[in-house]
Design a protein around this ligand. Structure first.
Ligand SMILES: Cc1cc2nc3c(=O)[nH]c(=O)nc-3n(C[C@H](O)[C@H](O)[C@H](O)COP(=O)(O)OP(=O)(O)OC[C@H]3O[C@@H](n4cnc5c(N)ncnc54)[C@H](O)[C@@H]3O)c2cc1C
Length: 301
């Protein structure tokens, strides 16, 4: 389904023709490296451009989906019959005393580097998560006993009408891999973090240590979305999958990692269909063998 030519022209004029892509393969915009084309991919550079997109697409009743770095996203091989709004071009990071503010498209590793530079501690846990700030806030991303909700002071959001709202941490409805943005009703524009003064060398050492632990435990040499499933209450997804005999199990080019069974990887030119079929198979086997339901952490469109 195409946008009316005059609407597309308006969009190009407002957000810049260089930020408009048609029939853009989503395999190039997701860390799993699978997925067919999106009818349109828009990359707004300002909040005004983002607001214009939200307003015009809704007025046209045209489907859209907001993404960050695509490190938790799988798009079907058929692609997406709508507009992907990719927020990676708004990526400024600034520091004021103990407060660090980052725009949605800033990568967590860059935010982490900025925190080291400013001798600020508290962001280390997130340094190895290969996502953007927008994706991390939406998912309440976390690792090594830290979560976004532990350090966020406030988040600036845009609702679908283009209105800007500032929400305090306790208003964000953060829980395990969830926030008030998880249902796609809000665009994350930026977040402000409260961090602690620290010794930059020690902060860097912690980042290096966590990075080494990731390299040792995770199949970072293959495309993936990280942990495919949420942690089921009282269990570990990786252990259940291993105990079900599925560690290393392959389906076409997709595989359950033999390094970390919680990761489904694109081992050898997998299609999205193969990845999604493997996810379903793992869910069925774990349910049948242990009666535990594995819910996807990965978003599928
Ligand atoms: C190797 C690897 C390791 C990983 N390790 C971890 C880990 O330790 N902990 C962890 O929590 N995750 C981990 N992940 C998963 C992923 O990196 C995180 O979920 C990350 O926060 C997603 O950010 P993203 O920018 O890539 O979001 P995307 O994948 O682009 O999107 C994820 C969700 O956020 C929404 N979204 C993105 N940007 C915005 C925005 N600006 N406004 C509104 N909604 C938005 C999307 O609609 C979607 O629902 C890992 C992934 C990989 C590949």
């Amino acid at each position: 389904m195409k946008l009316k030519p005059e609407i597309l022209e308006q969009i190009k004029e407002k957000i810049g023709a260089e930020n408009v892509f048609e029939e853009e393969p989503m395999s190039a915009h997701t860390s799993m490296e699978v997925g067919g084309p999106a009818a349109y991919l828009f990359q707004p550079e300002t909040k005004e451009a983002a607001a214009f997109l939200l307003q015009v697409l809704q007025k046209e009743n045209y489907p859209f989906y907001v993404k960050g770095n695509g490190s938790n996203l799988i798009v079907h091989d058929e692609g997406y019959e709508g507009a992907i709004i990719e927020m990676m071009k708004m990526n400024q990071i600034s520091v004021d005393g103990n407060f660090l503010t980052a725009e949605c498209g800033a990568m967590l590793k860059d935010i982490s580097a900025k925190a080291v530079e400013a001798s600020l501690s508290g962001f280390e846990f997130a340094s190895g998560i290969p996502g953007s700030l927008g994706g991390a806030i939406t998912m309440n991303a976390g690792a090594y006993d830290g979560e976004m909700k532990d350090i966020v002071k406030e988040v600036t959001l845009m609702d679908k009408a283009g209105n800007i709202l500032v929400k305090k941490n306790e208003e964000m409805d953060f829980s395990y891999r969830h926030s008030m943005c998880s249902d796609g009703d809000y665009l994350v524009l930026q977040a402000k973090f409260k961090l602690e003064k620290g010794d930059p060398q020690k902060i860097q050492e912690k980042i290096d240590d966590l990075s080494a632990r990731r390299k040792e435990k995770q199949p970072l040499e293959y495309p993936s979305c990280g942990s495919t499933f949420k942690r089921p209450e009282g269990y570990f997804a990786g252990k259940l999958i291993t105990d079900a005999g599925l560690k290393g199990y392959c389906h076409g080019g997709a595989a359950v990692s033999d390094k970390h069974a919680g990761f489904i990887i694109n081992k050898d030119h997998a299609t999205a269909t193969e990845v999604l079929e493997l996810i379903s198979y793992v869910q069925e086997e774990v349910k049948e063998q242990f009666g535990v339901e594995l819910k996807c952490e990965v978003k599928i469109i």
